[in-house]
Design a protein around this ligand. Sequence first.
Ligand SMILES: NC(=O)c1ccc[n+]([C@@H]2O[C@H](COP(=O)([O-])OP(=O)(O)OC[C@H]3O[C@@H](n4cnc5c(N)ncnc54)[C@H](O)[C@@H]3O)[C@@H](O)[C@H]2O)c1
Length: 358
Amino acid sequence: MNILVTGNLGYIGPCVIARLRAVFPGARLIGLDAGYFADALLDPASLPDQLPDEQILDDVRDFPERRLEGMTSIVHLAGISNDPIGNQFEDATRHVNYEATVALAAKARRAGAMSFVFASSCSVYGFAEDGARSEASAVNPLTAYARSKYAAERALAELASRDFSITCLRFATACGSSPRLRLDLVLNDFVATAVATGEIRILSDGTPWRPLINVTDMARAIEWAMARRAANGGEFLAVNAGSDEWNYQVKDLAAAVAAALPGTAIHINSDAQPDRRSYKVRFDLFRRLAPRHVPVATLDGTIAGLVSALDGAGARRGDFPRDRYVRLKALLALKEQGLLDAEMRWTPVASVEPVEVA
Ligand SMILES: NC(=O)c1ccc[n+]([C@@H]2O[C@H](COP(=O)([O-])OP(=O)(O)OC[C@H]3O[C@@H](n4cnc5c(N)ncnc54)[C@H](O)[C@@H]3O)[C@@H](O)[C@H]2O)c1
């Protein structure tokens, strides 16, 4: 079994590689990544990059079809990964998240792969006040990021076949510790800020709903999707990945972090405009199709894991390089240094100069 994992040098990727290595010890794992956040390791000595059998440093937009020959499965995580980046790099978001995704799947199918797993997002549902969203609900992608994910899903639906299953996992917002941490995700941000400053500042009035999922549970869902049979869900499947119990209001997340770190002060912005990303999501289809792969992490355990990882990395110290773990800031720093262009392609200078993100 040869498994290509794109975006393996990001936040979720190292957890996926570790999971696939544990579950399929005989598989050959190949990573493909442009390496934008290669230096965002929380512990530089952890070396998660030694787990793949092969690491390709390339842009998924340029990936040649011949390199897909012999691949059994593709787990496609590479992409522009949130709304702020999507707003700043709108064209690149469409090119990477939509066009390159569809092109990669088409090449993989021609090359004889059996399955393709796409990291989609619950953000395709947008703002939804009237009840939890299921796969049968209307979508409402409000941002360049959400639109790119939904456009990719629709085009992927045309490529699935009996011999080539495609699963779009509409993930809840990720959280939890990973060797390449992100601090631009709501729970991770709250924990890092509480550890560093003893405070949590909620930008909204705290009432918006956010479905969450731990990164290790994302890896388990991906493992299921990769190996599922078409009889279980169909040749093409778009399914919400998370759990009903993990629909949280932002203020409850802050309270859980404060309970884990006594003395934390919570500031709520009661004058805030309504949050356009408030939504609850139903995950019963996933539970039905993948009963042995439903999320198992606990919120308290997730927070404890983050506190321990951040403490170990010196997040309480004044010189902790927080911006390194905020994806948009890291990308803008690379652009300001002339290493990335507006299309998020490495410039010629990047190949000879060492990359340093503040
Ligand atoms: N983190 C979440 O909450 C969440 C939720 C739903 C879906 N997703 C999706 O899961 C995937 C992974 O998310 P993440 O949190 O690990 O994001 P991340 O930003 O940490 O990682 C994305 C990786 O993709 C790589 N990449 C980006 N563009 C590329 C290109 N053109 N060619 C090759 N590599 C490229 C980056 O270098 C990075 O290593 C993304 O597609 C994201 O949209 C994430």
